[in-house]
Design a protein. Structure first.
Length: 587
């Protein structure tokens, strides 16, 4: 919303519409109106407001279809407090928000911590969290955030502006070596405390998706006194002593964390949006998909994702309790463009021609996912149907052979394996532990053998995969990307030369891409941004620093005693899960 004044007021709750509520406690009665706390923590005043607003112009009033989703009536009239939700997940790489870059860690960070803003559940729209409202200057460089006054950390400490300042300074301190330090230092000039409950952030230059950036884990707020007392910071390094009992303001507290085994969360009774229904959330760390699936079938866990090998079975067996939705995500095979042989663009393109990706999707993944023809997933701003439809590098072994010949990769000794720069084209394809990837690798090994390339396949646990991408100790590696924030700029950072090695794991460099991504960041006009995005996508699509594979349709299955479970286009790891409840307790 634009206001003709010295500032643009841009807030989901529109201060000019409800000025009397702008800076108040959300549960404080106004004008004598009785206010009850709803199950999801929204006061009836705000609910009444939401019910009459169509934020995105789709003709749907917001609260039922977006905030509470399809479970609105169920949550309001049937929900029960209590119970322990049981799940399994890959091992966490960290519980430190400034170190978290994987979905397993992010899922926990998002349960025990909060940021200034958050996404509306199951949506990519922004709504308040620790900040109740904000103002943006006319030049789009100064953001003033007005903080909630009713928030306490799990240890009882009151949340103030000092905690956000502390957390931000921790993020930008190079001693911590946060892989997302650039999210702050690239864009933010300074952060100031204006009062105990007011923070001003000044940007170096306009950055269009800034509010969405602030939803990222790295900007979560930690308690200043607690954390600083439990970690040692020297000029050389930081040592953490608070991992055994992390503290935040989120809806769940960390009850017990045993690295390598499990983590147990418990409900925070005083959460500012209302206590979660669940009493506890237990997550055991398991890498093997088959183990997780068998545990679900045996009723030992309550909810899980569905690997493609089980998709058809589960779609039939659990059709009433399985959800399948497109995700803003892309899976690919990252090629190490900084080393032999993928420094050669023609060899990268030849691999794209040689690998039957659509065939793998239709057989191993049961046709469940959407073939990827570039970086951006359908549904994200900037996605080009034209570029998608005219993608030139679908499976074609003949074209693969011609490109390998042109690149100088020839079979000079007649053994069936080409040589390039004096070395045989024998490479390892690496992936995290996944039966689906293992089956896909069998097909691709056959495909590549047909054009004179030999690959071996090796699986590693997920932290090892991340370490390999950081150090560049790989040739081809399977990974995917889920938005940090839903904007094309967040995808193209993976291909900026300044971001080598993280998140630019491919070591790809292209000065024109660098220039265009910089331009994309500072351009507010949607039409101009779409044109810039088209050009970036066109270049990267053909350069193939990655072998584009698929845009997943995510599937989650839960047992019939689980209620209120859903996920949005960003994936389930970002959801707070306030409205999930059980009608059976397995403790």
């Amino acid at each position: 919303m634009k206001v003709e004044s010295l500032t643009r007021i841009v807030t989901v709750f529109m201060l000019t519409t409800l000025p009397s509520l702008a800076l108040c406690d959300l549960t404080t009665p106004q004008s004598g109106e009785p206010v009850r706390k709803l199950p999801h923590g929204m006061s009836s005043v705000w609910r009444a407001y939401f019910e009459n607003v169509d934020f995105d112009g789709d003709g749907i009033r917001y609260i039922y279809d977006r905030y509470l989703g399809r479970n609105d009536k169920e949550v309001d009239f049937k929900a029960k407090l209590g119970g322990r939700l049981r799940g399994m997940s890959s091992e966490l790489s960290t519980v430190d928000p400034i170190q978290a870059t994987d979905t397993a860690s992010s899922a926990i960070v998002n349960k025990y911590l909060d940021g200034l803003v958050q996404f509306v559940p199951y949506s990519t729209e922004i709504m308040p969290n620790l900040a109740l409202a904000w103002e943006i200057s006319e030049d789009a460089r100064i953001y003033t955030f007005y903080l909630r006054r009713d928030v306490r950390f799990h240890n009882g400490a009151k949340f103030t502006a000092d905690d956000f300042i502390f957390s931000y300074n921790r993020l930008i301190n190079p001693v911590y070596a946060s892989p997302r330090i650039s999210f702050a230092t690239d864009f933010i000039k300074r952060v100031e405390k204006i009062g105990d409950y007011t923070v001003r952030i000044t940007l170096k230059k306009p950055f269009t998706p800034f509010l969405k950036l602030l939803t990222y884990d790295s900007f979560s707020v930690l308690p200043r006194g607690y954390v600083s007392a439990k970690e040692t910071v020297t000029q050389e390094k930081a040592e953490y002593k608070w991992y055994d009992h992390p503290v935040g303001t989120g809806p769940f507290k960390v009850k017990e964390y045993v690295p390598g085994d499990h983590i147990t969360l418990e409900a925070y009774d005083d959460y500012h949006e209302g206590r979660p229904y669940l009493d506890e959330w237990y997550v055991r760390f398991v890498e093997e998909e088959d183990t997780i699936i068998q545990a679900f079938k045996a009723g030992q866990i309550d909810v899980t994702g569905v690997p493609s090998r089980y998709w058809e079975e589960f779609r039939e067996r659990y059709k009433d309790v399985m959800i399948t939705k497109p995700q803003l995500s892309t899976f690919w095979l990252i090629l190490n463009c900084g080393e032999w042989p993928f420094e050669n663009r023609k060899i990268r393109q030849a691999f794209a021609y040689a690998m039957d990706r659509t065939g793998v999707i239709n057989t191993i993944f049961k046709g469940r996912h959407i073939p990827a023809h570039g970086v951006l997933p359908p549904g994200l701003f900037g996605f080009s149907q034209e570029l998608y439809d005219h993608y030139a590098y679908n499976y074609n072994p003949g074209k693969a052979r011609r490109l390998l010949d042109e690149a100088g990769a020839l079979d000079t000794d007649g053994d069936g394996i080409r040589e390039y720069k004096g070395k045989p084209l024998k490479l390892e394809l690496s992936s995290y532990v996944s039966a689906d990837w293992k089956e896909a690798a069998k097909t691709w090994r056959t495909n590549l053998k047909e054009v004179g390339v030999e690959i071996t396949y090796q699986q590693y646990d997920f932290p090892t995969i991340l370490d390999m991408t950081d150090k560049g100790t790989f040739k081809m590696i399977t990974l995917g990307w889920i938005n940090d924030y839903p904007d094309p700029e967040n995808w193209y950072i993976l291909f900026e030369s300044k971001n080598i090695p993280d998140p630019n794991s491919s070591r790809y460099t292209n000065p024109e891409v660098d220039r265009l991504v910089t331009q994309l960041r500072i351009t507010p006009d949607p039409t101009k941004r779409r044109r810039i995005t088209y050009e970036i996508e066109r270049i990267i699509q053909a350069d193939h620093p990655h072998i584009w594979f698929m845009h997943p349709r995510g599937s989650t299955v839960y047992h019939k005693w689980v209620h209120g479970w859903d996920f949005g286009p960003m994936g389930g790891h970002l959801e707070k899960r306030l409205d999930v409840w059980l009608d059976r307790d397995h403790r």
